[in-house]
Design a protein around this ligand. Structure first.
Ligand code: ARG
Length: 560
């Protein structure tokens, strides 16, 4: 339970969503006037009254209770005093009661959200560039599910295009079934790179590639078998990484899935007079909207990336009847999505407004990394493995007697990678640094995981909390309580802004509040009541930090 939300719900201001009102509630640094304050200025326009009057009217209506004990209207502000003890008491028992479900909600019940994320390209290496879409998308799935939404996670595979013709040519010339099966993605990358080198000298190879790509499209058995083999190998490889990152999908309908669904799109565009021919290609002119044209068909009649996305959006709407469809894709594709959404709008799809491009920035590696060793691309698997190895050596150094070092290193290492990618506002470009993500100090996953182990060890030594009545609280104690109470709202704003980083940030804030409490207050103190109260705080912190990490797809350990 969050005080702001609680106040906003009690206020129940006509025409305003409680969540929105809660967002306006401030915590004044000087608490003599109140613990919380609502500036009423934003209400003036809609309620056709002055902020001063509004504050007074709201005060009249407000019924105080055991938690909100006092309310005052002052120059356009509503000031609230809360009873910290009953707040703490309600909150701690709420967290203890709800446990794993603390922070969850039903606001999404009955609503469906499709999330297109990770969306890897078949036969191409799974590199560090895919990290953000994978972990942001996965976290959004978990967050929205926690809020009651039905979520459909979709891996819109890049499994269509002339590159598959190239691969078949390369396979026939320089590889074979055995080599591909044993060498896997590395072998596919090797022959793909070789194709490009050779094609520079022998352009006829390009024609041959186009020929094989047409064969795939026409359903030729041999070509499709090869294509399926490449697809199977890629998916098996990435699946290992998805498992490590706790990532799952409900659908793998990729680009080729829409092969037989695009003719209808083209027909409809023609029917609605949206299609024009320019240099032999069919396009939708978007100059009126300050955008370059959206390419629908090439001059040879083959479809494009945008065509498949238009077909995919229509298919998803028909199949899942989504309330929102999110595309977690790098900001480099901003224009692509603006065009696709606009074309759907022009086609008369009123739900085009529910399509949302959740853009994010780039991830690169610090210089001096292994990028040179690996060629141009930095494989995600190598980044994870290296982080896990480094985590292992830190554990080996700090706690050589730890029981399950492998499992701990895996939780810490993969957690550090995920948390690192989710630490910043998603639109920012980030530079990945092994040392930084693995540091035990600062805003990192090991720090949060370590805080959880501290909670476990305190409770193991001092026992589970028993009944208590909330004593007078010191600042350090109350700060933890305040943080604990914020969790449900943090999840909701993370969902609203599509920003899992709100949860990483929050988990660090809570861990820091706990550290101050841990230093300032002796938890296993002699006074039984105080001890039980502090143990209840500790247990609540453990629950909430675990819930936070779980929403991000990160594991915890009890000891490290
Ligand atoms: N496979 C694409 C890429 O790697 C991303 C696909 C994103 N999803 C979509 N519906 N276009 O760039």
């Amino acid at each position: 339970m969050d005080c702001r939300q609680y106040i906003a719900e009690k206020l129940a201001i006509d025409g305003f969503d409680a969540g929105a009102v809660a967002g306006y509630i401030e915590t004044p640094p000087d608490t003599t006037l109140g613990d919380y304050a609502l500036p009423c200025f934003f209400l003036a326009k809609v309620l056709h009254n002055s902020p001063v009057k509004i504050a007074e009217t709201l005060k009249e209506k407000f019924v105080t209770d055991e938690i909100i004990t006092e309310v005052n209207a002052e120059r356009g502000y509503l000031n609230f005093k809360i009873d910290r003890k009953s707040f703490a008491n309600n909150l701690l028992s709420d967290i203890a009661k709800k446990g794993k479900l603390y922070g969850s909600d039903t606001i999404g019940n009955g609503k469906t959200v499709c999330i297109d994320y990770s969306s890897i390209n078949i036969a191409k290496p799974f590199h560090i560039g895919h990290l953000s879409t994978t972990v942001i998308g996965s976290a959004l799935c978990k967050i929205l599910r926690f809020l009651g939404y039905r979520v459909v996670g979709i891996n819109h595979l890049g499994d269509y295009g002339t590159q598959f013709g190239k691969l078949i040519v390369a396979y026939k010339l320089w590889s074979d079934r055995e080599k591909v099966i044993s060498g896997r993605l590395k072998e596919l990358t090797r022959i793909y790179v070789k194709f490009h080198e050779e094609a520079k000298l022998n352009p006829a190879l390009e024609d041959e590639a186009r020929h094989y790509f047409h064969l795939i499209e026409q359903g030729d058995k041999e070509s499709n078998e090869l294509f399926d083999l490449f697809k199977k190998i890629t998916l098996e490889e990435v699946d290992k990484i998805y498992k490590l990152l706790n990532v799952t999908f409900d659908s793998y309908a990729g680009e080729s899935f829409y092969n037989d669904k695009m003719a209808a799109v083209v027909d409809e565009l023609k029917e609605k007079n949206l299609l024009t021919v320019s240099d032999g290609a069919s396009i939708v002119n978007l100059s009126e909207y300050d955008m370059p044209p959206c390419l629908i068909l090439k001059s040879d009649g083959s479809s494009l990336y945008a065509t498949r996305d238009i077909a995919a959006a229509i298919y998803r709407k028909n199949t899942y009847d989504f309330d929102k469809c999110l595309y977690v894709v790098a900001y480099q594709q901003n224009l692509h999505f603006k065009q696709v959404f606009k074309v759907l709008e022009l086609m008369g799809r009123s739900w085009a407004k529910d399509l949302i491009h959740v853009a994010y920035g780039m991830v690169s590696l610090e210089s001096g990394s292994m990028s040179t060793r690996e060629g141009k691309v930095v494989l995600l698997e190598d980044v994870i493995n290296k982080t896990v190895e480094k985590a292992y050596s830190v554990i080996e150094e700090k706690n050589p007697d730890l029981r399950d070092k492998d499992r701990t290193a895996r939780a810490v290492g993969t957690g550090a990678v995920i948390f690192g990618a989710l630490s910043n506002n998603k639109i920012k470009d980030i530079v990945f640094s092994y040392d930084r993500v693995l540091s035990f100090e600062g805003e990192t996953c090991p720090y949060v995981q370590y805080t959880i182990t501290r909670c476990f060890s305190v409770i193991k030594k001092a026992g589970e909390p028993k009944v208590f009545s909330v004593p007078e609280m010191c600042d350090a104690e109350y700060d933890v309580i305040k943080e604990l109470g914020r969790f449900p709202e943090v999840i909701k704003s993370a969902a609203e802004k599509y920003e899992p980083s709100f949860i990483t940030r929050y988990s660090v804030d809570l861990a820091q509040a706990f550290s101050r409490f841990y230093i300032d207050c002796k938890i296993a103190c002699d006074d039984e009541n105080t001890r039980n109260f502090r143990l209840a705080i500790t247990s609540a912190v453990k629950t909430v930090l675990i819930n936070a990490l779980t929403l991000l797809g990160i594991d915890y350990v009890e000891e490290m």
